[in-house]
Write a protein that binds this ligand. Structure first.
Ligand code: MN
Length: 254
């Protein structure tokens, strides 16, 4: 298990939803990385970095720019770690027969499993994107199982890029329309799923994104265990939202 000692600050972000159509948000994120990135030896990006990702061969100039910034941080000694989200679940998934370096390697980054247990400043913690914990949304969970299946992914990635982009864009529109009809509770984590995941990992701290409901929740389990769940913010420059979370000396600062 990854162990991060107490004297090594960590930066977290998720849900930047980078897209050419939202240059302000991309600028906000890249500025934050440039300003704060060199000041912490660890950077964790916990999924949905990109609004849409249909394969590493579809990386656009924005993805190339982010890779350059992350590679620059890595060159300065920052450990950069990436987790896939529900929008960029194909990030760094090799295409059948492709020989080019994956996006993670282009960023000088290591890919993380979801969920990923870590020891963070002495505390047993679990890092996740968060979508797997939204277990009340049965339709989404069924789709999640489908799109994480290696055979499904290989078949999808074998299609031409233009076709994958068209399918991906169509799916996003359907999903956005569906979201407007889903009750809010369906789009949040399920408390029992959170406790089960933390039980399985022996974690006292959970850090995730995805729900766009930034907060720090504290509770005590039936067994009397104190737990904390930190929800990362999403990024939207037009709404004035989005910042890196800095974890310093065992707690969130700033
Ligand atoms: Mn998400």
């Amino acid at each position: 298990m990854l162990r991060i000692p107490r004297d090594e600050p960590v930066l977290f972000a998720s849900d930047t939803h980078l897209a050419a159509e939202a240059p302000g948000t991309a600028a906000r994120f890249l500025d934050a990385l440039g300003r704060e990135g060199p000041g912490a030896p660890h950077l964790f990006l916990l999924g949905d970095l990109f609004e849409l990702w249909v394969g590493d061969d579809g990386a656009d100039p924005l993805a190339a720019r982010l890779a350059e910034v992350l590679r620059g941080l890595a060159a300065r000694g920052v450990s950069v770690r990436l987790m896939r989200g529900n929008r960029d679940f194909l990030l760094d998934v090799p295409r059948p027969g492709a020989s080019a370096a994956g996006y993670g390697a282009r960023c000088g980054a290591t890919l993380l499993d979801d969920p990923c247990p870590v020891e963070l400043h002495g505390e047993p913690a679990l890092l996740a994107h968060g979508d797997a914990l939204c277990t009340d949304d049965l339709v989404y969970q069924q789709w999640r199982r489908t799109c994480r299946d290696p055979a499904w992914q290989a078949a999808f990635l074998a299609r031409p890029l233009a076709e994958r982009l068209a399918i991906g864009r169509g799916a996003r529109e359907t999903s956005e329309a569906g979201k407007r009809e889903k009750p809010g509770a369906l789009m949040d984590v399920n408390a029992a799923a959170v406790d089960a995941a933390m039980d399985a990992a022996g974690a006292r701290l959970l850090i995730h994104g995805h729900t766009h409901r930034p907060a720090i929740h504290r509770w005590r389990t039936a067994a009397g265990v104190e737990r904390t769940r930190v929800v990362l913010t999403d990024w939207d420059a037009e709404a004035g939202r989005g910042s890196l979370l800095r974890w310093d000396d065992g707690r969130a600062v700033g």
